[in-house]
Structures are given as C-alpha cells and as structure tokens.
Design a binder for this molecule. Sequence first.
Ligand SMILES: Nc1ncnc2c1ncn2[C@@H]1O[C@H](COP(=O)(O)OP(=O)(O)OP(=O)(O)O)[C@@H](O)[C@H]1O
Ligand SMILES: [Mg+2]
Length: 117
Amino acid sequence: MMHKWRKHIRGIVDELMNNAVKAKATKIDVSVAEKEQAIIINVKDNGIGMSKEKYAEVSKKLEQSRRVELEEYYGALAGESMIGTGLSLVGMMTDRAEIKTELGKGTEITVYIEKRG
Ligand SMILES: Nc1ncnc2c1ncn2[C@@H]1O[C@H](COP(=O)(O)OP(=O)(O)OP(=O)(O)O)[C@@H](O)[C@H]1O
Ligand SMILES: [Mg+2]
C-alpha cells in the first residue's frame, strides 16, 4: 500500500531533509510509517530552529488543503507538471502537519497523508 505513495513520500522526505541541511543540522532523524488510515512522515533535526514569524509562515504553507492529485490531473491536461515548491508543495501533498521548533535547538515536522480509497 505504501507503494502507491512512494513518489510523494520521496518528494516530501527530500524536501524536509533539504530544509534540515539548510538549517545547518548535524543530525537528522527520518521516519516513515504506514498506519491503517495514514502514512506518517517525521523528520527531526538539530538545526537553527525557527523564529515565531518563521513558524507562522511555515504553518501556513503546510496547512494548505491537499490538492496535488487534482493539480497533477489538470497539470497533465494543460501540459505542465507541478505547481508550487518547497513546503507549499509538501502542504499540497499532505492532509495534516505538526511542527515543533525551538530557536537554536532544532525542528521536528510530522506530516500525514490520509490513505482514503
Ligand atoms: N527544518 C527547518 N529548520 C529551520 N528553518 C526551516 C526548516 N524548514 C523550513 N525552514 C524555514 O522555512 C522557510 C520556508 O521553507 P521552504 O522549504 O518552503 O522554502 P525554502 O527551503 O526556502 O525554498 P525551496 O524549498 O523552495 O527551495 C525556509 O526558508 C526556512 O527559513
Ligand atoms: Mg525547502
């Protein structure tokens, strides 16, 4: 079942790990778990962390409603590929996100892809 989501999982892990590296992390823990209802991806780093403002910006990006399937469908019809980049795209591929971050300590981001049908 996880197979169906492998491209999304790879894209999400890649983006979250890139962000952790850019935040000067020296340790990054990644986990991907399949539950009955959802795929859960967690990336934890010990990088620079986020200010309150940055946290608000990132929350907004991640809290977009999931719509990547639709974009892929209409994008394919229109002959374009993907819209959005970075965490906006992660937000479009996921149903829910949790962010824990502390300046100077690090960041932990967990995202959920509900499996639905
Ligand atoms: N793990 C993290 N630790 C600290 N700051 C982060 C982390 N992840 C994201 N951020 C902050 O949130 C901002 C937005 O992230 P996002 O991935 O959307 O954009 P980006 O990485 O700057 O550019 P792009 O991903 O489009 O190349 C980052 O520029 C960074 O300031
Ligand atoms: Mg990024």
